[in-house]
Structure formats: C-alpha cells, structure tokens
Design a protein around this ligand. Structure first.
Ligand SMILES: [Zn+2]
Length: 336
C-alpha cells in the first residue's frame, strides 16, 4: 500500500481513508486519534476520541467532561484495530500523556509523532524510537541554529537571579500544560525548596501532574492582595505567558520578567517581549534531536510538518532519505 493512501492531509487534519479516522484534527470529526493535550492538537467536539488515559483526563480538565461523544483509552504499546487498520500509541516525551501514533496497514508503517523531544524530562515518559517506513516529524525548531542548552543550566540561572535580586519577584512565563510543571520540577531538582507561587490558570493541571506522581513541592496561589507585596520579594512566580501582559503582572514588586521557551534562543524575540531573563527550555526537539530521531527510526521517507520544513527536508535529501513538507493547517504551537 502506498503511504499516501494510508495517511494524507485534509482540511480537518491528517486522515486515514481505510481506517476512516483523523489524527489531531483541527475541526470536529467523527473519529479522532489524539497525540497530546495541547489545545492545537486536542480539540473538543469530536464524536469519538482515542488517546492515552492521561491525555483524555487532560482534555476533560480543559474542556469539561463532555468534550467528546465517546472516548477510548489507548494503552501505550497496545495494538488496536480501527476498521482493519492497526494503531498503537508510544511515548513522545513532549508533555504528560503525549504519544506518537503508529499506523500499520498492508505492510506499510507510518509514525505520526505529534510534538516530541528527546532529552530527559522528569514530568513525562521518554520518547521511544519506533521503526517505520514513513516518519512524520514536527519541525518547530527545524533549523541548525536551534540547539537547546541543558535545562539544568537554564534553571540554575533563574535560581541564581533570585539570590542576586532578593527584593524582586521573578515572574516566569511558562505554558500551562507541561512547561510550567517541568520548570517547577526542574527548580525542585536543583534544590530550591521555598514555596513557588502559581497563577490560577496553572492550578488544575499542576494538581493533575501531582496526582500522576510528579511531585512539585509547595505551590501557593500567586494572588496579590493589599499589603502582601512583600511576600513575593525574591520569590519565583510561574504563570501562563498571556498573564504577563496584563495588570496582574505589573503589581508584583519590581519584577524580573522571565520566559521559558525554545524561542528564547533568539535574542530579538526575548527583547521584543520585554524578557529580562530568557530561559531556553523547550518541549520540542532541537535540530540535533530531530536529525538523530529521523536516523533512528530507519524511515526511508520523512514528512515534515508544523515549523521550518525546508531545512529538514534538505537534510533528509542530502542523507538519502525521501522527504517532503506536509502542509497541515491550524497548528499554533501552544507549548513551545
Ligand atoms: Zn504540543
């Protein structure tokens, strides 16, 4: 079977005609297989959703219990038949519950990896390379300029800054699903045991991570009331990036604006956003991780999606791997 007949893009998302299902559709469909809980991949309103148990629970937390007509848990590694097509979910190392989806039919194996990273993350299972004929890779940071430094170094700079500026609140922008909990866990692993203050938008998901066995230490609500400004002197306050643009952030004492994202590699971006302490911490693969992963899957063909496709397509061609960009629309990259 030709790979294109097993999976190809449609306006709703990546479609499997023989299985009659979509992977991470951006519009409501009858049957959706979902790689992870970020809002650009996991949307509400599908008739039937298959995903890992953690992803289903995350969707319920974000959209309410009735986010789909029916749900089905995909256990990691378990092969499930959908209209005669075999599908299985495997860890992607991106956020809690994230999975790559292997689609197999008539001797053709395609892995849709969703978003993924390769470095160790104490808040989720590590990516497992799956051998396949076609590997579908993201390319959020698909340029050789993107090389993420060790996250321990980035977190050490944050903690050092709280020691250097004990009178200033350190406001760390981090996406609500995955990045925030990872940053908090890394700060704990670096030996920081003071309370960490969180914006209300992070409360439910952080509690869910804790229930799933990711200890985050003492978390307190970052609520400002008259007279308690001093409580935040030298403190680490974590909130979603959007919160830092509004009045909430301006009430903290002389804040140090920080932001944890792979984009912080680009100084200009940090400057534009008024970020004083950029932390290069990403839940996506950097250039080295992308090319290492493509090689490890042994795929003879690679489809490159959401991001900077051209450089990675070129790299594949030079290395004797057929490659092409896969034009999928509607992915905004909630968790870079
Ligand atoms: Zn994601």
């Amino acid at each position: 079977m030709r790979a294109k007949d097993l999976l190809h893009p449609r306006p709703e998302g990546l479609y499997c005609p023989p299985g009659d299902f979509f992977i991470d559709p951006v519009r409501p469909v009858d049957r959706a297989l979902i790689t992870h809980g970020h809002s650009d991949h996991a949307r509400s309103g599908h008739a039937h959703v298959m995903a890992t148990d953690q992803t289903l629970q995350i969707m319920a937390l974000r959209y309410g219990e009735n986010f789909a007509g029916a749900t089905q848990v995909a256990k990691l590694g378990e092969v499930i038949e959908v209209n005669g097509v075999k599908v299985s979910f495997h860890p992607a190392g991106h956020v809690l519950g994230s999975a790559q989806i292997l689609v197999e039919h008539k001797d053709c194996r395609i892995v849709a990896s969703g978003d993924y990273k390769r470095r160790a993350d104490p808040t989720c299972l590590s990516f497992t390379p799956i051998s396949c004929d076609v590997f579908i890779t993201e390319a959020t940071f698909g340029l050789p300029v993107f090389r993420h430094p060790p996250d321990t170094e980035e977190v050490a700079r944050l903690i050092k800054s709280t020691e250097q500026f004990p009178e200033r609140a350190h406001l760390v922008g981090a996406y609500a699903l995955g990045k925030a909990q990872r940053v908090i866990r890394l700060v704990r692993d670096a030996g920081y045991d003071r309370p960490i203050y969180i914006h209300g938008a992070l409360a439910k998901l952080s509690r869910f991570y804790e229930e799933q066995g990711v200890a985050l230490g003492e978390l307190l609500p970052a609520t400002l009331e008259k007279g308690n400004k001093g409580d935040f002197a030298g403190a680490i306050v974590v909130g979603p990036p959007s919160a830092f643009a509004d009045r909430w952030a301006r009430r903290f004492p002389d804040p140090v604006a920080s932001f944890a994202s792979g984009w912080m590699r680009i100084r200009q971006r940090a400057k534009q956003r008024g970020v004083e302490l950029p932390l290069i911490i990403s839940d996506h693969s950097d250039w080295d991780e992308l090319i290492e992963t493509i090689a490890e899957t042994g795929a003879s063909e690679v489809w490159v999606t959401h991001g900077r496709e051209e450089a990675l397509v070129r790299w594949c061609e030079i290395n004797g791997i057929r490659a092409q960009p896969l034009h999928l629309v509607g992915y905004e990259d909630e968790g870079d």
